[in-house]
Design a binder for this molecule. Structure first.
Ligand SMILES: [Ca+2]
Ligand SMILES: [Ca+2]
Length: 189
């Protein structure tokens, strides 16, 4: 009887754990940007907040006409599949993700695609750990129209910020992004 009760307790605890983890993980999917439902591309400003996280756009230092983030809709033909996505819409602009709570967060995955379906591109991700240490990873876009999923290694858990830079539009073409899977920081073992 005791053993059975223990098993029930364990099952309940495991179910709760799974429950809590799914509840805490969120996907930033940009589907709330309604202007992209009727326009191929629309300006959404220099910051976007959703589900406890914020993305900030910063133009390159020499950019005289920064234009901010733009939502990309299904009418934008390189957006294969047509799910609303996000574009830092100027060359060398950076995008920085942080948690609104100011607490550490973990980035698990996101999707990238060629913004103009034109050429391969490299996107460098730079995470900043809570102690200020940087972690880096490059993602290579294959140059073919359509989305690729980037899965981050555990070095990208427990970040203060995650930054990545738009292509220079000359040697490195621009990308758009969608479906950022994030969750609160995972305590190191
Ligand atoms: Ca989307
Ligand atoms: Ca592609």
């Amino acid at each position: 009887m005791l053993r059975r009760r223990l098993a029930v307790h364990l099952l309940a605890a495991l179910a709760c754990l799974a429950c809590a983890q799914t509840a805490q993980a969120v996907v930033l999917d940009f589907e709330d940007l309604s202007c992209a439902r009727t326009q191929p591309i629309c300006n959404v400003g220099s910051a976007y907040s959703s589900k406890g996280y914020t993305l900030r756009y910063a133009p390159a230092a020499d950019d005289d006409h920064p234009v901010g983030f733009h939502a990309i809709g299904k009418l934008w033909s390189p957006n294969v599949g047509g799910s609303t996505a996000m574009l830092a819409n100027s060359c060398n602009a950076s995008t920085t993700l942080s948690a609104q709570s100011g607490k550490p967060f973990s980035v698990l995955a996101l999707d990238l695609a060629e913004a103009n379906a034109d050429a391969p591109a490299t996107v460098e991700f730079i995470g900043t750990k809570t102690d200020g240490t940087p972690v880096r990873m490059n993602a290579l876009l294959d140059g073919k129209p359509g989305w690729q999923r980037v899965v981050f290694p555990s070095a990208f858990y427990n970040l203060k910020t995650l930054t990545w830079v738009q292509g220079d539009c000359v040697n490195n073409k621009s990308h758009m992004f969608d479906n950022i899977l994030v969750m609160p920081g995972i305590a190191p073992r």
